[in-house]
Design a protein around this ligand. Sequence first.
Ligand code: PLP
Length: 409
Amino acid sequence: MTYDHFFSASLARLHAEHRYRVFADIERIAGRFPHALWHSPDGPRPIVIWCSNDYLGMGQDPKVIGAMVETATRMGAGAGGTRNISGTHHPMVELEREIADLHGKEAALVFTSGYVSNQAGIATIAKLMPNCLILSDAWNHNSMIEGVRRAGVEKKIWRHNDVDHLEELLAAEILDRPKLIVFEALYSMDGDVAPVERICELAEHYGAMTYIDEVHSAGMYGRRGAGIAAREGVLHKIDVVEGTLAKAFGCLGGYIAANADIIDAVRSYAPGFIFTTALPPAVCAAATAAIRHLKSSQWERDRHQERAAQVKSVLNAAGLPVMPSETHIVPLLVGDPEKCKEASNLLLAEHGIYVQPINYPTVPRGTERLRITPTPYHDDGMIDALAQALLGVWGRVGLPLRHRALAAE
Ligand SMILES: *Cc1c(COP(=O)(O)O)cnc(C)c1O
């Protein structure tokens, strides 16, 4: 029996569908964000990153790096254990307090990543409620889908952001059946926002619990960076807030924040929390520094929004197919996996502009796109260079511009 053909055949399928993933070998340069080096086949070359989830550049903030270096020097590299067995270090305890305060909840629990926090958080919370029904938005992130699957309870999927459909599903259940509504505050591939207030009203009316993923909004929205629910003034109505320390906070790790009993129960029952080593003290201290900074500094949030608006306006004016987005995400529709990849390759190789192609299964087939994430540190010159490069590449790859499409009609 030989086994290799299973794997070569599976890879051949990806190549045939033009969705084989190639990773760019990047070297970020602390203090020069979004400039970086690309280790190309022909050696290192300077590039500008246009697709980072380090949305506010906090991964290179001197205070954040300082906290990381100082803590590693003082406390060492690793945590040295699971949370239960010698791994609950003081920077972790401080971080969990900081997160609870950020989201106005009694307690918080930190996981290895946002992915694990969703997978373990949703599964554990739902499992602890007999006969629980999970109501999940159709566009929820894979980590939430995995959490729903692992819960092993009945689930119903509501059409993306369609509160009428959600209400229909809720109304079909008896009032005292436990129900958990799971959704994202901000969907990161389209940049649209959930009707959070309306969802909270429905949850209240039909007696459901709410679980919100604020991964792409925490740090960036709300007066203290608590996210979209805070901005909408409904944070107190949300039962569980999930977030990451790896995007706007620039570090690594994930969390949930909720009332003390929910957090204590997940702490006590979630295998994905219990049976793994705690994050290092240096990472926790750095994340705490990032959260504290963004609680009081509005500059990054304002500049972020202003830059995103500028990118949309310049690309739109150039006739590029910017997909409508109410937030800091700027998706450019390509609609073909091969062209999407080709456009991305040309941008990198010929213009030193790095925008990773987003293909199926991350987005539906036919909606392949370049997902651009402006940050406070992308200046006007970079934005103009991006528009020029995109126009050149659009022509080379044979993609339509908006005014040409109109002229043809
Ligand atoms: C990235 C992401 C996660 C996972 O967070 P990580 O900290 O990167 O593991 C969870 N939810 C959504 C919506 C995400 O986009």
